[in-house]
Design a protein around this ligand. Structure first.
Ligand code: ADE
Length: 413
């Protein structure tokens, strides 16, 4: 059984909050045990006070060390080992799903809830293992944060949710937001359930759901894909560039091409101020976007866009996996490679910028004439930065062109 002890001046608040619904049932079934420990019951002060004025002056009162320490010792005696003590404070690390999972493996956790202006630092130094916040805002006390944490941790404990698997593929469990869900009826106010969900084809459904999760995360919470965050992408594109240079050994044109596309993509992404997680995906995809060419030339003797789109993702995935890239980053890069020559339904800012960057380079390398450049400008370019770069580079706002594009004997790019 998991034991949670809440050290508080307001035990009723915690008990009332946790004794209902799923948590109440889990307590009833003895899967978890929540005990409140009333700090006030441990004071030695004759009027029952637990707080005093701060040394050095200042507003508010500070909770005294003695009742907090004695309340803690009471729990320690009961547990017969050092329990894990979490002090609820806005100064702590912000709680998240990964932390909930980690804590769901601990048997005895103490939540210390402060009030007033805080708790005497000395007792915190003696008993606290970790400071935790539930967000960057200040509440009147630690009780609600403790309840939030207990709820979130407990639902990961086997038996608490009716269906143990149900938390596994939901939001955050793999660093991504959950895909959209639908239930009956099949048509609601003329809106239909996505067709793939009605096919019964499990592999396709799983693929669709993963794509939706990724798309949603990029749109709604791109920060989750940022470096050192939930999805933990590794930003090591220098190594990837080196690897790609080796891959295209003896083909300097290919190397020059991807480096130019990478630089334009990176620059547009920064100018458009896109999220760092999406920027990382964009830059990675730009480096490997044409990786399919080599195999296409060998296998088919040609390398049309559609063949590249077909062959590229698997080769990129292999290289990115070898370099330790995050699976979600690899999946999105695969999607971008598989679509970077498809301009009919450009969804996602990373997709848009990659195509714009590729055009900026290709229009020059393909020695495109003025008409072709203007057509591309109208049809492809949507970001302000991409448009500006295209207009400036090809002097579209003046009558002539800045320079005659170099000769291009490469019709594969
Ligand atoms: N106590 C007051 N505000 C808090 C917060 N945001 N998180 C945790 N404990 C708190």
């Amino acid at each position: 059984m998991k034991n949670y002890y809440v050290m508080t001046l307001f035990p009723d608040m915690v008990e009332d909050g946790l004794n209902t619904s799923i948590m109440g049932k889990a307590i009833e079934k003895k899967i978890i045990n929540v005990e409140t420990v009333d700090i006030r019951a441990f004071t030695k002060e004759k009027h029952g006070h637990v707080d005093d004025y701060p040394y050095g002056g200042g507003a508010g009162m500070v909770m005294q060390a003695q009742p907090v320490y004695d309340a803690y010792r009471f729990i320690e005696d009961k547990v017969k080992e050092k329990p894990y003590v979490i002090y609820m404070t806005p100064q702590g690390k912000v709680f998240n799903q990964a932390k909930a999972k980690e804590l769901s493996h601990k048997d005895n956790i103490v939540f210390l809830c402060g009030h007033y202006e805080g708790i005497d630092e000395r007792v915190l130094e003696m008993i606290v293992d970790e400071n935790m916040s539930i967000g960057d805002y200040v509440l009147t006390g630690g009780e609600m944060p403790a309840m939030v944490m207990i709820d979130s941790i407990s639902r990961l404990v086997p038996g608490v949710l009716g269906n143990d698997a149900s938390w596994e593929d939901e939001s955050f469990s793999d660093g991504l937001l959950e895909y959209p869900q639908y239930t009956r009826p099949e048509v609601f106010m003329e809106k239909k359930v996505p067709g793939v969900l009605m096919t019964g084809h499990h592999a396709n459904i799983e693929k669709w759901r993963h794509e939706q999760s990724l798309k949603r995360t990029i749109e709604r919470r791109p920060d989750l894909l940022s470096e050192n965050k939930g999805a933990g992408c590794k930003n090591d594109n220098d190594t990837l560039i080196e690897e790609m240079i080796k891959y295209y050994k003896g083909a300097p044109k290919r190397i020059q091409h991807f480096l130019k596309v990478y630089e334009f993509a990176s620059m547009i992404g920064r100018m458009e101020n896109i999220d760092s997680g999406v920027q990382h995906i964009l830059e990675t995809a730009a480096i490997v976007h044409d990786i399919g060419i080599k195999k296409c030339e060998k296998k088919y003797g040609k390398c049309d866009g559609s063949l590249q789109e077909k062959e590229g993702p698997a080769i990129a995935a292999k290289m990115l996996r070898k370099l330790g890239y995050n699976p979600d980053v690899i999946a999105r890069c695969g999607y971008l490679i598989a679509h970077h020559h498809t301009y009919s339904d450009i969804s996602g800012i990373d997709y848009r910028i990659l195509v714009e960057a590729d055009f900026l380079v290709n229009l020059y390398e393909d020695n495109a004439d003025k008409k072709a450049i203007i057509t591309a400008y109208d049809r492809i370019f949507r970001t302000n930065s991409g448009k500006m770069l295209c207009r400036t580079m090809f002097a579209l706002d003046t009558s002539g062109f800045a320079e005659k594009a170099g000769t291009n004997d490469n019709n594969c790019l």
